[in-house]
Write a protein that binds this ligand. Structure first.
Ligand code: NOJ
Length: 540
């Protein structure tokens, strides 16, 4: 491996939703020991880092995204000892560990909030956003909760209301309180001192609210044209993206930089790549998520446009990232694949793993896991409970990892009931079956990951689009020093031709990787035929 290899820029980050990855103790919920037992699998897959969705103590109203203690591990997941063991075992295998920090809000069971709601003069009162209702009983302003309804909850104990951007069990903390700010910085330090390599910051751009908490303008500002949420019809001028965030990021970055090779990626809440880009770079975050791919139709041109937009938005020195899946969205297999056919997913994987930018994988993506379907009474996600049937929630993409054809897909011991049902396709769609099939999606991911490792041009090389204006074919060069790779992706189920201009047509192209052929005579000339749903990587 070259000396300039920087794990979070050149490597691949794998998100684990711990409840659903591997149950080591037989309670139907995944845990840290379960993850540790599967590290060899991740090493073999070739990823560089794991990001754990929250594993801190939590009453699980929002499944870990409501934290009641930032400095411990929830007993259902293990203990600080099992965490230390996981980190040590990961590091032994060259895997970095990224923690998920949810600092915009705590659980209402956090000791701060339990104290805070006791009285108006409680020392912790100012740790949250408490205000009097208006004289007519209306909330202090018009802010809404992203999970439905108003953002203010009336508390009978003191007659005041507190603000919550998410469920009412997730009160937003007051970042303007210096004691809160200092404590949160110490939380970073606590985990860094335990050997953690980086952080994913949940809705970081919502930490600060505007002084005076003014009303947001209301109109047709919808982020999603068909959105059912009044929340999306509000212009979020005062409840997110306040200027105070930048000096805070400076402080977070300085702290991170005092440890070797650490990383922070922010979940930019609401908005597109331009906004994410504003938070990246020197003195700010190493990265902020760009979720454009998760909203892209299955068109070559659409993916190209997101890439172009992202590359344009990022300031010099900032590094892109690409995401097809996470724990909040329908899986890419559910969005793009037809039935159990994985061919499109191979094209999507080739795109993700040959672009200039850190690829994020979400557990099970590498075997093409599909979303599960649930009935109303099986829904666990608070957002699904609120909006059913218009929005059925986020449980679909959180089903147990499909390890084998054994009962419970090998996720939990036979006889144990997993917290969410296993997808009915697990007998044929699972890790063991795909390991044994050279043509499987899993083996395709492994080949792509290995190619990215072997070819620096795929990691840090220039990205030069070649064909990008059509619906079906997207091709680009990745170029670094003496190496040029040509990636050609056929987004259609029919044969297509890749047309090369004179300069590229004059070269002799050799096969590096294809999901459709294992050999190919070197091609020279302006036309390269592509099989249906082919992902072809050539070198010259
Ligand atoms: C974003 C997280 O990704 C999501 O799962 C969670 O519900 C909200 N933030 C609230 O923490």
């Amino acid at each position: 491996m070259d000396n300039n290899y920087l794990w979070w820029r050149d490597g691949i980050i794998y998100q684990i939703y711990p409840r659903s990855f591997a149950d080591g103790n037989g309670d139907g919920i995944g845990d840290l020991d379960g993850i540790t037992a599967r590290l060899d699998y991740l090493q073999d897959l070739g990823v560089d880092a794991i990001w754990l969705s929250p594993v801190y103590p939590s009453p699980d109203v929002d499944f870990g995204y409501d934290i009641s203690n930032y400095l411990d591990i929830d007993p259902k997941f293990g203990s600080l000892d099992s965490f230390d063991y996981l980190v040590a075992q990961a590091h032994e295998r060259g895997l970095r560990v990224i923690m998920d920090l949810v600092l915009n809000h705590t659980s209402d069971q956090h000791p701060w909030f339990i104290e805070s709601r006791k009285s108006r003069d409680n020392p912790f009162r100012d740790y949250y956003l408490w205000r009097d209702p208006k004289p007519n009983g209306d909330p202090p302003n018009n802010w809404l909760s992203c999970f439905g309804g108003g953002g203010w909850e009336h508390d009978p104990v003191t007659g005041q209301m507190y603000f919550h951007m998410f469920t009412k069990e997730q009160p937003d903390v007051n970042w303007r309180n210096p004691a809160v700010r200092q404590y949160m910085l110490d939380v970073f330090k606590f985990w860094l001192d335990r050997g953690v390599d980086g952080f994913r910051l949940d809705v970081f751009n919502a930490y600060y609210k505007a002084e005076g908490l003014p009303d947001n303008p209301v109109g047709s500002f919808s982020l999603a044209p068909l959105s059912v949420r009044p929340f999306d019809r509000m212009q979020h001028l005062y409840d997110i993206d306040q200027p105070e965030m930048i000096p805070l990021l400076n402080d977070i970055r300085a702290l991170l930089d005092s440890y070797p090779q650490t990383y922070a990626v922010g979940e930019t809440f609401l908005g597109g790549p331009e906004k994410a880009a504003r938070y990246c770079g020197e003195g700010k975050l190493h990265a902020a998520f760009n979720f454009e791919f998760t909203r892209s139709p299955w068109w070559a041109r659409a993916f190209y446009q997101s890439i172009e937009r992202w590359e344009k938005a990022l300031p010099d020195g900032a590094w892109p990232n690409y995401v097809l899946n996470n724990h909040d969205l329908p899986r890419s297999a559910t969005r793009y694949a037809r039935g159990e056919d994985d061919e499109r997913l191979k094209v999507a994987a080739a795109l993700l793993l040959t672009l200039r930018g850190t690829p994020f994988l979400y557990y099970g993506e590498e075997i093409g896991m599909r979303d599960i379907r649930l009935t109303r009474d099986q829904v666990k996600d608070p957002a699904g409970q609120r909006y059913w049937p218009l929005f059925k929630g986020r449980d679909g993409c959180r089903s147990p990892m499909q390890w084998s054809a054994a009962p419970n897909a090998g996720f939990a011991f036979p006889g144990v009931e997993p917290w969410l049902p296993v997808h009915p396709n697990y007998k044929t769609r699972n890790v063991m079956a795909q390991q044994a099939d050279p043509d499987s999606l899993l083996n395709w991911y492994k080949r792509l990951v290995a190619a990215r490792k072997a070819h620096p041009a795929l990691r840090t090389g220039m990205f030069l689009p070649v064909t990008y204006g059509t619906r079906f074919v997207f091709s680009y060069l990745r170029q670094l020093e003496g190496e040029t790779l040509l990636v050609a992706l056929n987004f259609s189920g029919r044969r297509q031709q890749l047309v090369l201009g004179r300069e590229l047509a004059g070269r002799s192209w050799e096969l590096l990787l294809s999901n459709k052929r294992s050999s190919m005579a070197p091609v020279k000339g302006s036309l390269i035929p592509l099989e249906p749903n082919e992902a072809l990587i050539l070198t010259a």
